[in-house]
Design a protein around this ligand. Structure first.
Ligand SMILES: NC(=O)c1ccc[n+]([C@@H]2O[C@H](COP(=O)([O-])OP(=O)(O)OC[C@H]3O[C@@H](n4cnc5c(N)ncnc54)[C@H](O)[C@@H]3O)[C@@H](O)[C@H]2O)c1
Length: 472
């Protein structure tokens, strides 16, 4: 192919290659972009200047992005009569990594949603949202700087699988009859006849590949923990299974690099008191065990002896403290803890629905969606994107905050291994906000701030870029 949507491929660029789980990024990678609808136009113009300036400053011309425009949303509809031309999907498939602004979701239905289509076609199974505080950003909490987490949200299943039937239809009547008369026959539970019904599938495949990606990220970046977030106390065979399979994956595939929270207690007890018996150790990790059933007691004893037999040699005598900690938290409790003890968490791995909520809840603490970046990532493909919508009432006014798409670019550069460019952008952004030169959304929340336009914010950010210490 020499063109997509009739636009020639940049002749000075090369393709990003992917094999055996590794990307090979050339010095002039072709990266497709979708500028987005509404304010997407404003923020893309600003962000692309920032990206190019950072890459130039970091690599002095040795590296540069060969940007390649592809079309979706209103611009595609106007030019090609379709909201999402096949060629735009094909170009992302060809070049693997793309970045996009927000797109209008056309009202009226019957139209392919770009996000859903790309997610399905390229199997982008993880929605990744780093949430971190930049000094000076207005925040509703006392210690926003304590938050620095990256959320890996499963992106393909759970109640988002789209398997649901509307109340009052013959289909739902059939399903309810099947449930009540066959699956729930003879029990106390029945589904009310006037219900709509949705199905919540959570699979081993979907869970394990998501948790694997989260753990790999934590190991590569030397982070201290991965927390499995779930509502398994109530939804045992879906959310509870997510927890179980998450631990299974961690201990089967990363045995030597990880310790689970319970293993860490068992080993620490033994470290502190080497003569501790299995029974005594079990009583410490499970207070009140002496009052439990025999069967439960035996299970805990076995857990303790299995743990010590299998990993005390490798993880004992304090070695566990250097391993990646795998723990889990119930969804409602994590919502409290990211407010009260945000610094205890670094990576959260979640099923789809909980991840949707917790991503925005975390983002709200550090400045909101206007500066929250995101990426949809699969094996061999990734699309980075602004997490907010098109904010149409501000379109073409050059006023909106470009932070979200700029920081999505930071994520993308880190993903490509261009950390120096990413650092420059982050430093420039932080400095600009510290100087209180901000767009309207922050200005109205900050005392003594100067309101700047989208384009001016980008210019200030570029001026504020300095070569970070590591790249000196
Ligand atoms: N990823 C996407 O493509 C995406 C995501 C969400 C919504 N949408 C679409 O965007 C359109 C508008 O949706 P909406 O109004 O619900 O949400 P929105 O995020 O576009 O805007 C809601 C409000 O948030 C504020 N806001 C959003 N982004 C901002 C920024 N960068 N800087 C400053 N303020 C900002 C504005 O006050 C805006 O009016 C709809 O068509 C919707 O479907 C697209």
């Amino acid at each position: 192919m020499s063109s997509f949507n009739g636009v020639p491929i940049p002749s000075h660029g090369q393709k990003i290659e992917y094999s055996n789980g590794q990307y090979r990024v050339p010095d002039h990678p072709i990266i497709p972009f979708i500028e987005g609808d509404g304010t997407g136009r404003d923020i893309w113009k600003a962000a692309s200047r920032v990206f190019d300036a950072a890459v130039e400053k970091a690599y002095h011309g040795k590296r540069a992005v060969a940007w390649y425009e592809i079309f979706a949303g209103e611009k595609a509809k106007a030019r090609f009569g379709t909201w999402l031309p096949d060629d735009s999907v094909n170009a992302i498939r060809e070049f693997r990594i793309a970045i996009k602004g927000p797109l209008t979701t056309p009202v009226g239905g019957g139209i392919r949603s770009l996000n859903v289509t790309l997610r399905q076609v390229l199997d982008l199974y993880a929605c990744v949202r780093p949430v971190k505080y930049y000094s000076g950003v207005p925040s509703p909490v006392k210690h926003p700087e304590r938050m620095n987490v990256i959320i890996y949200r499963e992106n393909t299943e759970d109640v988002y699988a789209g398997i649901e039937w509307e109340q009052g239809t013959p289909e739902v009547a059939r399903l309810i009859e099947f449930l009540n008369k066959e699956m729930l026959k003879g029990g106390k539970k029945q589904v009310r006849l006037d219900s709509g019904v949705g199905i919540k599938p959570i699979s081993i495949t979907g869970t394990k590949r998501l948790v694997r990606m989260a753990i790999q990220h934590a190991l590569e970046n030397k982070l201290k923990s991965v927390t499995l977030v779930h509502k398994g106390n109530i939804q045992k065979f879906t959310e509870g299974a997510f927890r179980k399979w998450g631990y299974e994956l961690a201990t089967e595939e990363f045995r030597n690099q990880v310790v689970t929270e319970r293993e860490s207690w068992i080993i620490d007890n033994k470290d502190k008191n080497p003569s501790l018996s299995v029974e005594q150790n079990a009583n410490l990790i499970e207070p009140g065990l002496e009052f439990a059933t025999d069967e439960f007691r035996q299970t805990i004893h076995k857990e303790v002896s299995d743990c010590l037999d299998s990993i005390y040699a490798t993880h004992g005598k304090g070695a566990w403290k250097k391993k990646l900690l795998i723990n889990d938290r119930i969804a409602d409790s994590i919502f409290q803890q990211v407010v009260t003890r945000a610094d205890e968490y670094t990576v959260l791995a979640t099923p789809n629905l909980n991840g949707d909520y917790i991503s925005d809840a975390c983002a709200a603490q550090v400045g909101g969606l206007g500066i929250a970046p995101g990426g949809n990532i699969g094996d061999g493909y990734a699309i980075f994107e602004a997490t907010h919508g098109t904010a149409p009432k501000y379109a073409d006014k050059d006023v909106i905050n470009p932070g979200s798409v700029i920081l999505s670019g930071v994520m993308m550069f880190r993903f490509l291994g261009w950390g120096e460019a990413a650092d420059l952008i982050e430093h420039g952004l932080e400095r600009t906000i510290e100087q209180k030169k901000v767009t309207y959304d922050f200005e109205r929340l900050m005392e003594g701030a100067t309101k700047v336009k989208t384009s001016e914010f980008a210019s200030c950010l570029i001026e504020n870029m300095q070569v970070p210490v590591a790249a000196d």
